[in-house]
Design a protein around this ligand. Structure first.
Ligand code: NAD
Length: 386
């Protein structure tokens, strides 16, 4: 019997389950790059479209795990030495956590987690785990690659349009009885003809580029692995050898690379100074890719026209985090990858990975981040340990 420790975000404040506004969601079986969506063999312990990412939803895993005689512990209490997570960790063989409410598996916690074999990210992005320490301890790190790529890409397009059209302040004016058109439009522009650049054109970055193509923007990108010439031609992409050259050429910068030691604080005062005056930065990748206070300086001085995204450090962000109140921010809590549609896919993918693990069969290569003491699968392509 194994102990499976699952950390999920708290239930809705009015109670669980919420009132659902729709009765069904489209079922996606294949992703844009041809990858198959999750294919567990066991029945799902939920109806797609239900809230399974919060504690009472349990990712729909309880019936499957208990049928096999395993113990499932679900908690949202994850921070500090007296947290439920830290207390339960030494006995856990599997830890499941979502990036939206990350159970930070630091080196110190990994040392305490003597029985831990599998750290499973229900979602995408495993930077909340010290990957080097996990590799050293021969813990497998896996995530549900592809499960919420489109969810995030749609969010990027939403915040980009919202910022450039001055949507939220204009909405506030309408809600509060106002009608001053000039106040609404003094910061409002069309994006047609502007230049958009993404740092990272993997699953999400490329999905954003594809969605923006019909808007008539000039599309730029940089990333570690250059895309095929067919894709570059199809989308009319302009490739840059590095982030520095890209940011000075575009009106929108989108961050879509993983966080690892050498990408931390990629956006500091120097990088912001390279950006065009009046450009916008969108970050739905990871909060620590940017220097917290450098963003505040760049927006407050008016050098950049706006900053939007949904990723912070730490998460949950403290109430006094300056990104909550700085001017021209389009921040949300970490939500872009956990729409009800995304949850259905990453909960199914979590089940698929658990089936592989407990069934003693290899986990799909594209789900692997660390395996056998080294970066593996998607981890080998997208991450670095330094
Ligand atoms: P991906 O692995 O498909 O693509 C990442 C790309 O970044 C890779 O192609 C890689 O070559 C490139 N890259 C890595 N380091 C680089 C560097 N230093 N410079 C240039 N390119 C580099 O990943 P993805 O699915 O597109 O996700 C990207 C990131 O988005 C994740 O790592 C995660 O942190 C974040 N994410 C956030 C949410 C959310 O809810 N906000 C959801 C999913 C993923």
């Amino acid at each position: 019997m194994s102990k499976v420790l699952c950390v999920l975000y708290p239930d809705p404040a009015p109670g669980y389950p919420p009132h659902y506004v729709r009765d069904e969601i489209p079922i996606i079986t294949t992703y844009a790059d041809g990858q198959m969506a999750p294919t567990p063999t066991e029945p799902l312990g939920f109806r797609p479209g239900e809230l399974v990412g919060s504690v009472s939803g349990e990712l729909g895993l309880r019936s499957y795990l208990e049928k096999l005689g395993h113990e499932l512990i679900v908690t949202s209490d994850k921070d500090g030495p007296n947290s439920e997570f830290e207390k339960m960790l030494p006995d856990a063989e599997v830890v499941i956590s979502q990036p939206f409410w990350p159970a930070y598996l630091t080196k110190e916690r990994i040392i305490k987690a003597k029985k831990l074999k599998l750290a499973l990210t229900a979602g995408i992005g495993s930077d909340h785990i010290d990957l080097e320490a996990a590799a050293h301890a021969h813990i497998t790190v896996a995530e549900v690659t592809g499960s919420n790529s489109v969810s995030v890409a749609e969010h990027v397009v939403m915040v980009m349009l919202s910022m450039v059209r001055n949507y939220l302040p204009s909405h506030e004016i309408a809600v509060h009885g106002g009608w001053n058109i000039a106040d609404c439009v003094s910061r409002s522009y069309d994006i047609e003809g502007m230049h958009f650049g993404t740092i990272g054109a993997g699953r999400i970055g490329l999905a954003v580029l594809r969605r923006l193509k019909p808007f008539g923007l000039h599309l730029h990108y940089t990333q570690r692995h250059r895309l095929s010439s067919e894709i570059e031609q199809e989308l009319g992409l302009i490739f840059h050898p590095d982030a520095e050259t890209l940011v000075s050429a575009v009106d929108f910068v989108n961050l879509q690379i993983p966080l690892y030691p050498s990408t931390e604080h990629l956006f500091d005062d120097k990088m912001f100074a390279r950006m065009k005056r009046g450009s916008y930065l969108i970050n739905s990748a990871r909060g620590k890719l940017v220097d917290r206070d450098a963003v505040v300086r760049a927006v407050t001085s008016g050098h950049i026209a706006g900053y939007a995204g949904d990723v912070w450090f730490p998460e949950p962000a403290p109430p006094d985090h300056p990104w909550r109140t700085m001017p021209f921010n389009g921040m949300t809590p970490h939500i872009s990858g956990t729409s009800l549609s995304a949850q259905a896919r990453y909960a199914a993918g979590t089940l698929e990975i658990l089936e592989s693990y407990f069934g003693g069969v290899p986990i799909r290569e594209e789900y692997l981040i660390v395996d056998g003491g080294v970066l593996a699968g998607t981890g080998a392509k997208s991450y670095r340990l330094t």
